[in-house]
Structures are given as C-alpha cells and as structure tokens.
Design a protein around this ligand. Structure first.
Ligand SMILES: [Zn+2]
Length: 461
C-alpha cells in the first residue's frame, strides 16, 4: 500500500456468523490521486471572468476567485463562474493594509451577491497580512496568506494540511512571484505528487489583459494554460480543485471513520464524521475503495446510485459522509438501482434503459411542431467539445460540469432527482443529489442532457 492511501478503518462484525471483515480505505486526495493543487486569483480582475474562466473550462478544472467587495467586481460574471463550479471567496471589503474587522462583513456582502450552494468559505488576506485569526476561523475554513517561505514555513503543505488554518500558504505567481513559467508550476505539482502534499498558487492579473485593480505581479496566462494542460495529462496523480473544496476534503478525511461489514452477499459501508461548525456542512464526497472480488458492482448510498469502478481487487467510488449507508451489491444483487455500474452494458440493462426512457418525456424534444422548440435550437447550436449550457430559467444555482476525469458532476442538488439522458433521449442514469457535489455518469463520450429537478443542462464528455 502506498502512503497516498490512508487506512481509515477495518472492522469485522463476526457476531452474525456470516459477516466478513472488509478493508475500506479513504483516499488521501480525491480520486486516489497523489497530490493536490489549488489555483487562486486575487482582486476580482475582469480578466478572471473573460480569460481565466474559459481557460479552466477547457481543461475541466475549477479555481478560487477572491474578490474585493468595494471594488465592484463583475458580479454577474463571477456568478457565471460559480455556476460552473468555481469557488468565489473573500479578499475583504476595502483591500486595506489589514482586513481586521471585515472578516464577517465581507463574507456576508459576497454571499449577498453570489449564489453558491456552499457559501463563502475561504478568505485571502489583502497584502498578505493576517487579520484577527479568531474572527477568520469563525467565518471561514481557510484563511490564506501568501508564500509560506515568507513566514519561515514551507510553500507547500503536506497531506495533513497547514499547521494553522488561518495561515494557509499560496505561492505568488507572475513578475514579482516565484512562479513565472509552466515549468515553475509543474515543478511544484510534481513536488506535491511525490510528497502526497498540497500546493496553492496565488495569481493576480495576466500580462496584456484587462486586470482592473489586479495590477500587481501580472502572470503570463500561457504559463498557467501550460500548467493546466500538464495537470490534465497527469490527472491520475494531481487533483486540481478550489482551495475550499480541497480544505473540505482534507478536514473530512482526517475526521471520518469508515466501517464496512458483509452480510447477505452485500457489503455495507458506514462513512461518518463529527465535524461541526457554522461554516460548512462538510459534505464534499470522499473517495473510497473496498476490497472486492466480484467483476461488477452496483454501489448506492441511501438508495442513490454512485459511480463505481472495479480495479485490482477493489471497488472504487466517491461517497458523502453522514449521508446514509453505502451498499455494494454484486451483479444480480439486491441493490435498489436497476442500472448496472459496469462500463459494459448488458442486454438486460439496455432494455431497462429503453423501457425507462419511453416512460419519460424526452428532453431532447425530437417532436417539434412549432419550429421554436428550445431543445432543438439547443442541439443545433451546440458545437463545443465541453460546452455546458443552462437552458432553464429559475433562480436556483446548480453547477453542472464535466470534470477533468470525464465525469458529469452536479453540485448543489442535495436531495434532488438527477437524470442523465443520452443523445437518443434515453435515460442512462437516474440518481439523487447527496452532498456538495456528485458524479452522475461516466463512460462513453458524447453529448448528454442532465435534468436536475426541473432544470436541464447539457454536458459533453
Ligand atoms: Zn489583493
């Protein structure tokens, strides 16, 4: 076993006579990757919306954008980034020398402007000056400083995170920073892959772009593009995710207990933690693996289907702590979902898919009578390879997007039904939102429509 994997718990329940102990492990980082990297952007530059957003979308990665309330950032533009799964976080109200006194008020002000399911959970300090730490920790799960080395710390963190969550380091990029070229970024990512650690980067504006007040230490955007391209090529080893998401995962992983037992041919896993604060629900999915000898498995949590994969004698899946029992059933097992999680679809599951699709309305809207069917317009206008478009109109903000490892990810849909349709209008996946975000389909490339409640999104894998 590599160090990248934390053995969480291995509990046998022998009392029933047939129950067998099962090994269950919680991954150090999401997807059993070896290291984590977070890209953060300060000062709410116009170019963050116009240039950084599309660049991250190209690779399926998400970042953290720390905005300054009184600098009147492009709120609708940053709302669009939030809807695509990015984190919008605080960088104070006024960008004074020290933000003490603005810890709670800047959080509230941003929360009033940006609708994101998990709220404003991280803050970056203006001018790298640490404000009132207790006020920070009452409002945020991360308080971000600048280079760790400027404070006699390391620039990167280990797998257990920072020694002080009010002083989380991020390395400055650009003209005045240590990271200027793609190689500078990839060097840091290689370092945390080797150490099972976490690196964060701090970028302001970009050279030659519209940066507004974010004019300190401009970074060559091509250096970051190259870094993201490298990350995607090494996606099995490096987890690129926003600061708040990585922090949630890390805190949950350290606090969670996973217990598995076998009974009646099914494996049941209980994944729980006791973290309590007023900032986050800590319901970011954790990656788990359980020793498994079968060739296919149907994994559910509280009855909702989870994506899973079998490899090397384990079944792998992501599950949400405190969201109910996880049941792993073999082929023909008694799991509640009718669908096979195997990538090879059997005839029986195909016919089930066809049957279920015929009983549902087809969101692709093949039968257009008026000629103004929005679904057909939608289909004919979609040409991008990773375009994700929201064509419904309500005030609730979900995020639906393609992840870097080619899953559809739905965020902010706790308790809501989620249905994935293929380009034929057939239902390929039915599940329900469990936690902060949920993977709902993987496998064949193509265009899919994702219905969350009464809203509909398109995702291309
Ligand atoms: Zn700043």
């Amino acid at each position: 076993m590599k160090k990248a994997i934390i053995a969480a718990a291995s509990v046998g329940m022998f009392a029933a006579g047939y129950a067998i102990a099962q090994d269950v492990e919680i991954a150090t980082w999401s997807g059993f990757r070896k290291g984590a990297a977070s890209f953060t952007f300060d000062d709410g530059a116009p170019s963050h919306v116009t240039d950084a957003g599309p660049m991250f979308k190209k690779y399926g990665y998400k970042a953290t954008f720390n905005v300054v309330v009184n600098w009147n950032p492009n709120w609708s533009g940053f709302q669009g980034l939030a809807d695509e799964g990015h984190e919008i976080a605080s960088h104070s109200n006024t960008h004074g020398n020290n933000m003490s006194g603005e810890e709670a008020s800047s959080k509230q002000a941003i929360a009033g402007k940006i609708n994101q399911k998990y709220g404003v959970i991280t803050v970056a300090y203006p001018n790298c000056n640490v404000p009132n730490e207790s006020a920070v920790l009452q409002n945020y799960i991360v308080g971000r400083i600048c280079n760790g080395s400027w404070k006699g710390m390391n620039d990167e963190m280990g797998k257990d995170g920072p020694s002080n969550w009010a002083q989380v380091p991020a390395t400055m990029t650009g003209a005045e920073g240590q990271l200027k070229s793609t190689n500078d970024f990839t060097g840091r990512m290689q370092k945390v892959i080797q150490s099972n650690g976490w690196a964060a980067f701090l970028t302001h504006g970009f050279q030659g772009k519209q940066n507004g007040n974010a004019n300190y230490s401009p970074t060559d955007i091509n250096a970051i593009d190259g870094a993201l391209k490298w990350a995607q090529q090494n996606d099995k080893d490096i987890w690129v995710a926003p600061m708040g998401h990585v922090a949630m995962y890390l805190k949950e992983r350290k606090a969670s207990k996973a217990e598995a037992s076998t009974s009646g041919g099914n494996i049941t896993v209980k994944l729980t933690h006791n973290i309590k604060d007023n900032i986050s629900n800590y319901d970011y999915p954790l990656s788990l693996r359980v020793k498994y000898s079968g060739s296919s498995a149907n994994v559910t949590q509280a009855g909702a289907k989870l994506e899973s994969k079998i490899d090397g004698g384990y079944v792998y899946f992501d599950a949400v702590p405190n969201a109910g029992d996880i049941v792993i059933a073999g082929e023909g097992g008694s799991g509640p979902s009718p669908e096979s999680s195997s990538s090879s679809v059997s005839e029986s599951s195909s016919s089930k898919t066809a049957k279920s699709s015929s009983s549902r309305s087809n969101p692709w809207g093949r039968s257009s009578s008026s000629g103004t069917n929005p679904w057909e317009q939608f289909i004919s206008s979609s040409s991008g390879t990773d375009a994700i478009e929201d064509i419904a109109f309500t005030n609730q903000h979900f995020s639906v997007y393609r992840s870097s490892d080619n899953y559809i990810v739905v965020g902010g849909a706790q308790g809501m039904p989620i249905t994935v349709y293929n380009h034929m209008g057939q239902v390929v996946r039915v599940t329900r939102g469990l936690g902060f975000e949920q993977k709902v389909y993987t496998g064949a490339k193509g265009a899919y429509i994702v219905r969350v409640g009464n809203r509909t999104f398109k995702v291309s894998l």
